[in-house]
Structures are given as structure tokens and as C-alpha cells.
Design a protein around this ligand. Structure first.
Ligand code: ZN
Length: 408
């Protein structure tokens, strides 16, 4: 038995969701794309309590670094003929509180619509107003106004469903003669991992990916990069062969997971194995195969967390001796300075060569094994938002392309 529903079972759940319904006709389900909740219970005529669905990764391992964007996402519905307010209580797991990570579930919640008749889920996430959210000792309660028969998604992060992302990329691929979609591999459950490529195929390659951590909805930034080069930044199409992979872990996104794939593997940290052909998660094998088949001159892996306790965006700067070629090392130093200026940070997050945890990252191995000028850009901080991520993504891309112009 796989730890999460198979692809066929998941499709079945989407077709006939398991709803929890109160006496007043207010309802909730986690059976939607990106849905994350378990043990959904009614606690009164207008109230429902949920617990987040947790990755099956030992706590001791999670708190050493991999933990990110612990999330909750449910679809709510008012089945009555009158306007109503649903009280949704989210139970915060004790270990998140004990280790100081409960902020993942205490940030301002978001709401978005879900039109079941639409071909793809909407991307209209908005913050709930603060007066609708109350923190308890080990709960967060949100009050959700619902019109008669209205459905709304409530979530801790701005969801960017895989189905929406695939359709968006397909649409973008029609915008320029050089643009095309490439399936770089498949997830554990057989979902295609899609890249949008565009530009000059005989020019140096530049690759931009969204993190393998599905709780960080980096597609907001990476799809915006693709939109930019197929629009106002089209000049780069002559100088580079560009590639964008907004969702590298489709199962994780679809199943509403936080940091893992459908086998509970921490795929974001599996790249050292991939470089030597050892066993690694399916998504890692796909992405590494894609990078190594035609090594880029520059590679940025974009991460996105809306969380208050990271004070500003973090640029992971690999010690320059990781590069074989002195010209690449120089460009990495120059790009680091640009990314710091963009982020308003005084210092990078320095990563020594051989670091036990970070050497598992795609960005680390792209530098170490492929000599690509390589960064993990973590867009985080109290003022980050999914709308700002759509600006920051293209900004990061432009800095990378400007600095690395001339490398071959
Ligand atoms: Zn991350």
C-alpha cells in the first residue's frame, strides 16, 4: 500500500468527495487538489474541526532543516439557502508548538474560489481579514462567510494546483514559435513533470525550477518568469536556451503534502545520490537527468515561504571553490551580490563545500557536478505574498541572465 491514495483513487476522491456536514448544512472536505486535512469532525451546528495531514517523516529529521510550510487546505461549502458563517478550527500538532514551528499554521489564512464547472481551478487567492482569525493555545479558528450554496477553499498557503499549472504552461507555449513543452520525466504516481522551453537552442542554457517542497507554492514565481520571457523580456530568447519547471513534485502538490513525494521521500535533498546514479526519488532522477543531459550555465531553484519569522529573502551562496572554472566562480560572486541587493539583505546564507544537508540540494549539485552558476533563492519574510512572488521571480531571473551573459 502506498502511503497516499494512488492516482486512480485520488481521481475517484475528486469525483465524489467525502464531506463532513454540520446540522446547519455547513460542510468541509479535503478531497480537492492540494487538499490537506485529516480527522475532519463537526463540533457544533456551524463549526468544524480539522487536523493537518502530516508528512510521514520523523520529527527529529524535520526540525533539522527540511521542515517547510506546514499547511492546511480544505474546501468548505454552505448547503443552506441562507448566508452563513462557518467556524473552522485547525488543531495545531503539539510537536510543531514544542519546537517553535506552529507559525506555519498560525499565519493569516487564505481563501479562494473553486468553480467545479471551470476547466481549471481559479487562482484568486486572497487573505482573510484578520478579524476573522483567532489564535488559541493549540488551535487556530477562522470564521468563513459563505453565501447560500457557495464553496470556498480555505488554506494556509496560496494554492497553485498542478492542473492549473499544466494548463497555464500549455497556454504559454503557444505564445512564441520557439516555445515548447517538454515532459522531463514522471512522478512516483505517473504524473508528467513539465518544462516550458523557449529561446535559442544553440545558445547557453539557463534553467529555473520551483522547489521539490510542495508546501512552497513556487509556481507563482516560476510561471511568472516564463510569462516574462515570452512577453516584455523577449530579448533573452536570442541569448539563451531557457527552461522553466514550475512544479517539480506534482504528486506532492496534488496530494497537498508539505515536503515529500508520494512515497514520503524528502526529494529536495536527494541530489547527491542522483549525481552518482544511486537510488533516488523518481522526481529527483527526472530533474537531475534533465539538468545533466545538457548542463546549464546558470540554474536557480526558487523557494517561496510566506512566514513571519524569516526576516528577509535568503540567498544560498555556495562557497566559490565549489566551481571548477574560475569564470563561473566569479559570476557566482557577482550574482550573489545582485541577489543580496534585490533582497535587501546584508549577508548571504553561506554554504560550505561538503555541507552534510545542503549538498543534497539540486542547486548545490548543479554547481558541484555541472559547474553551473547556481543558487537556491528562498523568497520568504513577513511581507512576501503570492502576488509579490510573481514580481520577484522575474527579477531574480533577470539578474541571473544579465550576470551570466557571455558564459559558454
Ligand atoms: Zn524551501
Amino acid at each position: 500500500m502506498p502511503p497516499y491514495p494512488s492516482r486512480a483513487d485520488f481521481e475517484q476522491r475528486l469525483a465524489s468527495p467525502d464531506w463532513t456536514v454540520t446540522d446547519a448544512g455547513l460542510a468541509a472536505t479535503a478531497d480537492i487538489e492540494c487538499g490537506n486535512a485529516t480527522d475532519i469532525e463537526t463540533t457544533g451546528p456551524v463549526s468544524i474541526s480539522v487536523a493537518p495531514l502530516e508528512d510521514d517523516v520523523p520529527v527529529q529529521m524535520q526540525i533539522q532543516g527540511p521542515i517547510s510550510a506546514y499547511s492546511m487546505c480544505v474546501l468548505t461549502e454552505n448547503r443552506s439557502d441562507r448566508p452563513a458563517e462557518l467556524e473552522l478550527e485547525v488543531r495545531v500538532p503539539a510537536w510543531l508548538i514544542d519546537h517553535g514551528f506552529d507559525y506555519f499554521l498560525r499565519k493569516r489564512y487564505m481563501t479562494s474560489s473553486l468553480d467545479v464547472a471551470a476547466p481549471r481551478p481559479a487562482l484568486d487567492c486572497k487573505l482573510l481579514t484578520s478579524d476573522r482569525q483567532r489564535d488559541g493555545a493549540d488551535t487556530v479558528s477562522v470564521t468563513i462567510p459563505l453565501a447560500p450554496h457557495e464553496q470556498r477553499v480555505i488554506s494556509t498557503t496560496a494554492r497553485y494546483p498542478y492542473s492549473t499549472c499544466c494548463e497555464r504552461l500549455a497556454e504559454l507555449a503557444t505564445r512564441h514559435p520557439s516555445a515548447q513543452l517538454v515532459e522531463i520525466g514522471q512522478s512516483v504516481q505517473g504524473r508528467p513533470i513539465i518544462a516550458l522551453e523557449a529561446g535559442n537552442r544553440s545558445a547557453p542554457r539557463a534553467v529555473f525550477t520551483g522547489t521539490l517542497q510542495p508546501g512552497e507554492q513556487s509556481a507563482w514565481a516560476v510561471t511568472a518568469m516564463a510569462e516574462a520571457v515570452l512577453g516584455e523580456d523577449a530579448r533573452w530568447l536570442d541569448d539563451y536556451h531557457l527552461s522553466f519547471v514550475p512544479q517539480t513534485n506534482p504528486d506532492g502538490i496534488v496530494l497537498g503534502l508539505c515536503n515529500v513525494n508520494a512515497l514520503d521521500e524528502l526529494a529536495a535533498f536527494g541530489f547527491e545520490e542522483a549525481t552518482v546514479g544511486a537510488a533516488c526519488p523518481a522526481e529527483v532522477k527526472a530533474l537531475w537527468g534533465y539538468l545533466a543531459a545538457s548542463p546549464p550555465v546558470v540554474y536557480v531553484d526558487f523557494h517561496f515561504l510566506r512566514q513571519p519569522d524569516h526576516d528577509r529573502p535568503k540567498t544560498y551562496f555556495f562557497a566559490p571553490e565549489i566551481y571548477d572554472d574560475a569564470a563561473r566562480a566569479e559570476k557566482a560572486i557577482a550574482l550573489n551580490a545582485r541577489l543580496l541587493a534585490l533582497s535587501g539583505a546584508a549577508h548571504p546564507y553561506g554554504v560550505e563545500v561538503g555541507h552534510e544537508l545542503w549538498r543534497g540540494l539540486s542547486s548545490y549539485q548543479a554547481a558541484a557536478a555541472l559547474d553551473a552558476v547556481s543558487f537556491l533563492y528562498q523568497y520568504t519574510g513577513p511581507t512576501t505574498s503570492h502576488t509579490e512572488a510573481r514580481t520577484r521571480g522575474p527579477q531574480v531571473m533577470r539578474e541571473a541572465l544579465e550576470v551570466c551573459l557571455g558564459l559558454s
